[in-house]
Design a protein around this ligand. Structure first.
Ligand code: NAG
Ligand code: NAG
Ligand code: NAG
Length: 390
């Protein structure tokens, strides 16, 4: 811990000092280390939602480096496109909430209104900016109640830069990119070779050697889950790559963006039977599994049990430490929430804004279990010895 605190400021200096528009790393990644500590596969996956965005501005180099330092299994990201077809790590289709675009007078006339998933949205859209223009912006923290001191220090990174961060890590760190808003992106961005967003997305993974079915030798070297809320994108990319895919499921009121299917339809046994040909699991919003009423959880539905019965993993989102996100059942203790989801509900992975907390929880829970086992063993040996003496 002391060590990491020491080198962390250097990390920031090197990031801030880097020139705009230039990748932080030479691409493709040059650091090939055959003897990396492997991905753990014996307990639920710790998935760093947009990096350690509870601490640092989301989807930035710093947020991902922090997540790796804190013990994440996978760094998670949302892939969108620029006007000139570059794939970037960014969550919203508009830049308004998490960048300083409003302060850039040169982009004042770039504001637009587009229909996104059946709603008119007004703002500065990534699809109206070139990559070079986007690199001149700076990212900021989404939530006012989180640390604001890093606002303005980091730029938007590309899909390639994100991949390099994972590949250059000192241990095996997986990636978990989302095909974000594919209907919208394919409407607004055209690639000169006639390919579509999903093709470009998979091309990038292939360029950096991501391949292989879940838990295959290739996959374990460079673990990846492709995620999307759009089932037709998942079906389409399953023709292009055999890497594992996760079907994200929105709130009960939200129809799918591409096939306009209801929550009830896509969580039925019949649908699970269909989608399991293409995906290894689902990523539901956690509040749809155990609905809160007056901020207390109601008993969980059978969603997890039914998904497991269809051999589908379940990776719910999003776990956040702050009091305002914790239901009263958990006594304002995020560890109590992790304990419930991991040991009572039995999830296979967790998307969290605080990857360090999930890691510490898992390490300490494991240590407690190990010492209990060790103690039991000691008692056994002691009783064997004492019976031998008699
Ligand atoms: C969005 O705005 C356009 C132009 O004003 C309008 O024709 C369209 O119906 C609106 N769409 C929605 C979903 O409100
Ligand atoms: C997958 O590829 C096959 C063979 O190229 C093609 O017939 C099929 O339509 C493709 N499926 C999808 C969903 O694109
Ligand atoms: C989506 O489905 C709902 C409910 O069946 C229907 O009312 C709505 O018109 C559909 N929307 C589109 C864009 O097809």
């Amino acid at each position: 811990m002391a060590l990491s605190l020491l080198w962390f400021p250097f990390l920031f200096l090197s990031v801030i000092g880097g020139c705009v528009g230039r990748p932080f790393y030479p691409l493709p990644s040059k650091t090939v280390n055959q003897n990396k500590q492997p991905l753990q596969t014996f307990r639920p996956y710790n998935i760093a939602h947009r990096g350690s965005n509870g601490e640092l501005p989301e989807e930035t180099f710093a947020a991902y480096m922090r997540a790796i330092e804190e013990g994440t299994d996978f760094i998670e990201t949302d892939i969108l496109s620029t006007k000139d077809g570059a794939l970037i790590c960014f969550h919203d289709v508009t830049l308004d909430d998490t960048t300083d675009v409003a302060d850039h007078k040169e982009f004042a006339n770039r504001k637009r209104t587009y229909e996104v998933q059946g709603e008119n949205v007004t703002g500065w859209f990534t699809v109206d900016f070139t990559l070079e223009e986007l690199k001149s912006l700076r990212v900021r923290q989404r939530y006012k109640f989180r640390d604001q001191q890093y606002n303005g220090k980091f730029s938007i990174i590309t899909f390639e830069e994100y991949i390099s961060i994972a590949l250059d890590a000192h241990r095996v760190v997986g990636i978990y990119p989302e095909i974000k808003n594919p209907v919208f992106i394919n409407q607004h961005v055209k690639w000169s070779d006639g390919k579509k967003f999903e093709d470009k997305f998979v091309e990038m993974l292939k360029k950096y050697g991501y391949k292989g079915a879940y838990l295959s030798e290739d996959w374990l070297k460079q673990p990846v889950f492709i995620q999307s809320f759009a089932p037709s994108s998942l079906v389409y990319v399953s023709n292009l790559t055999d890497v594992p895919k996760i079907f994200l499921i929105d709130d009960v009121t939200m129809p799918t963006q591409d096939t306009n299917q209801s929550f009830w339809e896509i969580t039925s046994d019949g649908y699970f039977e269909f989608i399991k040909k293409y995906v290894v699991g689902i990523g539901p919003w956690k509040d749809t599994i155990a609905r809160p009423v007056k901020n207390y959880l109601t008993p969980p539905t059978d969603l997890v049990a039914r998904a497991h019965a269809h051999d589908l993993q379940v990776h719910p989102y999003t776990y956040r430490n702050e009091n305002k996100f914790l239901h009263w059942d958990f006594h304002q203790d995020p560890y109590a929430e992790y304990d419930y989801w991991i040991n009572i509900i039995g999830v296979d992975g967790l998307f969290t804004d605080f990857t360090g907390s999930v890691h510490n929880y898992q390490e300490w829970a494991q240590a407690a279990k190990d010492s209990k086992n060790a103690l039991n063993l000691l008692h056994k040996i002691a009783s064997m010895i004492s019976s031998y003496k008699i």
